[in-house]
Write a protein that binds this ligand. Structure first.
Ligand code: PAF
Length: 296
């Protein structure tokens, strides 16, 4: 079922919870627990990565809500917003097939009604990387996510690890605003050749797609180097950059190895760290990341 405003959303969730109470919960919950609501926020153009988030939510909750909203306030580049792929009918068909109970597809004036004037800014973790290269991006993300989480009033919300920094931002705001929601990070889904799934991949032509493989290959190269005994971040970052340089079609914005939680530089990999890369290829900006340093 598709709903387009918050009263209709909340009424649909109440009905779905009532139905779940009558038929037993499903979602792996025991009969003594009250049925839970899982939520997957998206900007549409759904792919297998989203399907994985949805499957996880459906397995862990009695009711799953997915939102589709291309949030204008998180795009710092108007062209990027204009070219963002949109296909609501296809997305809704996929979500119905995946067993989603409610699709929340609000119009911009539902998310930002006249007079809307409250913005959520998360400090610290947003100072670097995407925060530096996309000014205002995380203000838009944090504001829309806070509003969506309050609209749905879910028990758990599911976010892909592909947007690692976004996941940290959402965890921070959920803690700081006492939202009492479990934020579940779900590992990145990749094509067989390593390309991380992203709605933006639809804009890669075959030459750009081949060049884009250098990003995941460089991250793997760091992980293998660490496994082979390299633990100094300087050495590993040199290997990361050398690997990326082998693909001339890539324009790298950043390629770093940093603490997995604070995103601050680390000298030696003695605790969980993350390799994070942002690069443009064929006019498409891609990000990817992977764990290094210990099991995460
Ligand atoms: O990751 C995304 O698709 C978006 O940033 C999100 C979380 C749906 C907020 O607009």
């Amino acid at each position: 079922m598709i709903v387009r405003d918050v009263p209709a959303l909340r009424a649909a969730i109440a009905r779905a919870l009532e139905a779940a109470r009558h038929v037993g919960h499903g979602g792996g919950e025991t009969a003594t627990e009250s049925p839970s609501v899982g939520f997957v926020p998206t900007m549409g153009a759904l792919h297998e990565g989203h399907r994985t988030l949805v499957q996880r939510s459906c397995a862990e909750n009695a009711v799953t809500v997915v939102s589709i909203f291309v949030n204008p306030t998180q795009f710092n580049n108007p062209d990027d917003l204009a070219r963002y792929p949109r296909d609501e009918a296809r997305d809704v068909a996929m979500l119905n097939e995946a067993g989603v109970h409610i699709v929340f597809a609000p119009t911009p004036d539902v998310m930002y009604p006249p007079g809307f004037n409250t913005w959520v800014t998360v400090d610290g973790v947003t100072d670097v990387l995407e925060g530096e290269f996309r000014p205002g991006h995380f203000r838009g993300v944090a504001t829309v996510v806070a509003r969506l989480l309050r609209a749905v009033r879910c028990d758990r919300a599911y976010f892909g690890e592909k947007d690692w920094q976004q996941l940290l931002v959402v965890r921070q705001l959920t803690r700081d605003l006492l939202l009492d929601i479990e934020i579940v990070g779900v590992p990145t889904v990749r094509e067989a050749d390593g390309l991380a799934l992203s709605s933006r991949n639809a804009r890669l032509d075959s030459t750009a797609r081949t060049a884009a493989l250098a990003i995941s290959a460089a991250i793997r190269h760091v992980q293998e180097s660490f496994a082979g005994g390299f633990t100094q971040t300087d050495d590993l970052e040199q290997r990361l950059h050398a690997s990326l340089r082998r693909e001339p079609a890539l324009t790298v914005e950043y390629a770093v190895i940093v603490d997995a939680e604070t995103l601050r530089p680390v000298k030696r990999l003695t605790s969980p760290a993350r390799v994070l890369v942002a690069a443009t290829v064929g006019g498409v900006r891609l990000i990817d990341n992977g764990p290094v340093g210990s099991i995460q």
